[in-house]
Design a protein around this ligand. Structure first.
Ligand SMILES: [Zn+2]
Length: 381
């Protein structure tokens, strides 16, 4: 394992993520990705990416399955097939797929036949905005038969863990007319379960009755279930009774640091494939894994917000970052949805209405389908 190279890739990844999470705009117009070319040369392969102007490019390898990832910052995919797609590979590259990420990065993922290494790279320049990489397998390999062309949607059954907030002795927020958060979010969660199961997903719930469940138990449960997505359902309350509308939270950068502490405290073991159990390489891989989770959480947040907007009012600055305890699993993409304010008369009426809750559940279930239908770049490693 080439630790230096991963360190380099990680530094870039971190900078990009924090720029995206803080909502900072890039000064320049995005570069256009015009062409992606994969050329085999025996067992080796060259991948070339033609851009219309120079921009930063970061690369890294991911294990199990082996992949080589090319992240092109501040860019858009202007390819004849559209902004997302893929194609067949050659040599050590089995195939490739690409899609835009919410932070303005175009991601190209090369699926590898076997563990490989970078033997040459050209990151281009202002005069020649063409980047190219040569990959060689680490050891001789037998090529697998060509896989069927994927059709965007991955048919693997997904597990979604739904977390109804509070419960039992913890009522959560209490509305103007006495509506209790723990009751309305449980019903919303049950309706969401029905909508998701109807769509063929596997659903597990941290609670399906009026019981009290510790925060740490909720997170542990999601990890035990090998969840592909964790959705925590809540309702807000605020001293200002004008505050209204739904909002979606994902883990903040500072929360991510807290997750590290949680992992040590709870003895969480994150599956990093063949990676060493400790040391620098392990830390770097873990950090990458965590960033991937944060990015996927943000992607789901951005998918679910417009769906919720079609059935309910939204709070301004709807997508928020926070360090909520239930969002701390380092390897499960997670969002916390505040479905509205029980302290607001209109919102309370909506949250207390079973039909409105049904519409909300349906909207969230659609967002789950949207999220998993996106090219499988976002599937956890
Ligand atoms: Zn709550």
């Amino acid at each position: 394992m080439d630790v230096t190279r991963r360190t380099f890739a990680l530094a870039g990844f971190t900078a990009l993520s924090s720029a995206a999470l803080s909502g900072r705009a890039w000064a320049d117009d995005p570069a256009a990705v015009r062409q992606i070319l994969v050329e085999p040369s025996g067992v080796n392969a060259r991948v070339s990416v033609a851009l219309d102007r120079h921009t930063q490019v970061r690369t890294f390898f991911l294990p199990q399955p082996d992949r080589f990832v090319v992240d092109i910052s501040n860019s858009r995919l202007a390819l004849p097939q559209g902004p997302s797609g893929g194609g067949a590979g050659g040599g050590v590259i089995r195939g490739y797929r690409y899609a835009p990420r919410p932070d303005g990065v175009s991601r190209l993922v090369l699926d590898l036949e076997a563990p490989a290494r970078l033997v040459r790279q050209d990151l281009g320049g202002r005069r020649q905005p063409l980047v190219s990489f040569d990959l060689a397998p680490n050891a001789p390999f037998t090529a697998a038969p060509a896989p069927l062309q994927r059709q965007g949607r991955d048919s693997r059954q997904r597990t979604i863990v739904i977390d109804a907030g509070h419960g039992g002795r913890d009522p959560g927020a209490i509305g103007v007319t006495g509506v209790r958060e723990k009751d309305v979010v449980l019903d919303s969660a049950l309706k969401l379960r029905r909508a998701l199961e109807h769509r063929g997903h596997r659903v597990a719930m941290t609670r399906d009755a009026d019981t009290y469940v510790e925060h740490s138990q909720r997170v542990r449960f999601a990890r035990q279930q090998n969840a592909d997505l964790f959705i925590s359902v809540h309702a807000d309350s605020h001293a200002n009774r004008e505050a209204a509308g739904a909002s979606v939270y994902t883990l903040s950068e500072r929360g991510a640091d807290r997750a590290q502490g949680m992992m040590d405290a709870q003895n969480w073991n994150v599956d990093l494939g063949d990676a060493p159990r400790e040391g620098l390489a392990h830390d770097i891989l873990l950090d990458l894994r965590q960033r991937e989770t944060i990015n996927n959480s943000a992607l789901f947040a951005q998918t679910v917000i417009p769906r919720i907007a079609s059935v309910a009012p939204l709070l301004r600055n709807t997508h928020r970052n926070a360090g909520f305890f239930v969002l701390l699993a380092p390897d499960v993409p997670a969002v916390l949805i505040e479905t509205g304010f029980l302290s607001n008369v209109e919102d309370e009426r909506r949250l207390a209405d079973p039909n409105a809750r049904e519409r909300l559940a349906e909207a969230m279930a659609r967002a789950v389908d949207d999220y998993f239908a996106a090219p499988a770049l976002y599937a956890s490693a």
